[in-house]
Design a protein around this ligand. Structure first.
Ligand code: NCD
Length: 360
């Protein structure tokens, strides 16, 4: 039997996601039944990038299951500052912990962590690439509000280029029937082409509209995001787009009565506090959903095993190629074997960060 990890939201099938939501509900309804489920077990939270919610909700979740926590919240305080690789750190941490949650600034770092650790690994965000536990949080919140995950129109607003929560949620929603997307962003922060291609390949509908006040009218969900200042290589571009979208009372008047507003948080200035008491605002409820679904995820990963290892790369692809993404971990960490996978049309992608590769 093999361990399971959550590197990408697609590591869990739709049936497994349903099981997870039901487990989260059950823990919520009967917390005492589960409060010693993780007795004598340790969760390591290894955060190379800042975090409030994601790290502390994993930790709160583990404590509520009766487990313990160890870890670091700043890479400078770890041996990464001495040049230790992610792969080595994960092998070391596997001696101390029963499960690891890792956040890193490099894309594909969670893949390396999962491949190197001998205990289950949770991707708590890898650069601008993906953030599957936020996606579990988002799906659980949507399911609580609508009782379904299909037949929904979702508007994503803000930083669709670097917003990893957007990337993972789109990937997840594409697996449900009749979900359509409205992409609301300035020109500089449009959704990466690869993801647009994925939407098209799934036959899902999407439109691009840079006007939030107009786009809001027929949405079921408005997913607001922060402009990710730390990911801009040219800060003058950030200055140009900062504050471009602000959700306020006036815009909320155009929205449906049953629409909900989500945000992974932290917010900066993209949602005015004047709308906080509007019942359609759901982002603090979303935080609570995050802790509940992480309780279920930790328990599930500790107990669930796979008969065969999860396939994330096509081992038979042997080409002389480089990933085209400068933020991919393959360009920064020593000793990593290049790994690739086929997309639709037999295009070849980097297995670590999902970017297209260039043959040399
Ligand atoms: C998000 C993240 O870190 O990607 N926050 C979170 O995990 N809840 C969004 C963000 O930082 O803007």
């Amino acid at each position: 039997m093999y361990k399971r990890d959550l590197v990408s939201i697609t590591d869990y099938s739709l049936e497994e996601l349903d099981d997870l939501f039901r487990l989260a509900d059950d823990i919520d309804n009967h917390p005492r039944r589960y409060n010693s489920s993780c007795n004598n077990l340790k969760l390591a939270t290894l955060f190379y990038e800042p975090s409030t919610r994601t790290r502390l909700s994993h930790e709160a979740a583990m404590i509520e299951l009766g487990g313990n926590i160890i870890g670091f919240s700043d890479a400078k305080a770890s041996s990464a500052s001495k040049g230790e690789t992610v792969a080595d750190t994960m092998k070391v941490m596997s001696c101390f912990a029963d499960i690891i949650a890792v956040r890193h600034n490099l894309e594909g770092a969670a893949y390396v962590a999962a491949e190197s650790a001998t205990v289950p690994v949770i991707n708590a965000g890898d650069g601008g690439h993906s953030h599957p536990t936020q996606t579990l949080t988002d799906l659980y919140t949507i399911r609580k509000n609508f009782g379904r995950l299909d037949n929904l129109k979702i508007g994503f607003c803000g930083d669709l280029k670097y917003g990893r929560t957007v990337h993972s949620l789109i990937e997840a929603m594409l697996r449900y029937e009749n979900v359509s997307f409205v992409l609301i962003s300035p020109e500089e922060l449009k959704l990466p082409k690869g993801l647009k291609r994925q939407i098209e390949e799934h036959g899902a509908e999407y439109e691009e509209n840079s006007d939030l006040g107009e786009a809001i009218r027929d949405l079921d969900i408005l997913y607001m995001t922060r402009i990710q200042r730390e990911r801009f290589s040219d800060i003058s571009v950030y200055d140009k787009v900062a504050g471009v979208y602000i959700l306020d009372k006036c815009k909320m008047e155009n929205a449906k009565e049953k629409m909900i507003v989500m945000h992974p948080l932290p917010r900066v200035d993209e949602i005015s506090t004047e709308v906080d008491n509007d019942p359609r605002i759901q982002f603090f409820e979303q935080v609570m959903c995050g802790k509940k679904i992480r309780r279920a995820l930790i328990l599930d990963l500790i107990e669930r095993k796979a008969e065969t290892p999860i396939k994330r790369a096509d081992e038979e692809i042997c080409i002389n190629a480089e990933c085209t993404n400068p933020k991919c971990i393959t360009h920064h960490e020593r000793g990593l074997k290049r790994k690739y996978k086929y997309g639709k049309n037999m295009d070849i992608f980097c297995a670590y960060c999902d970017c297209k590769v260039k043959e040399l």
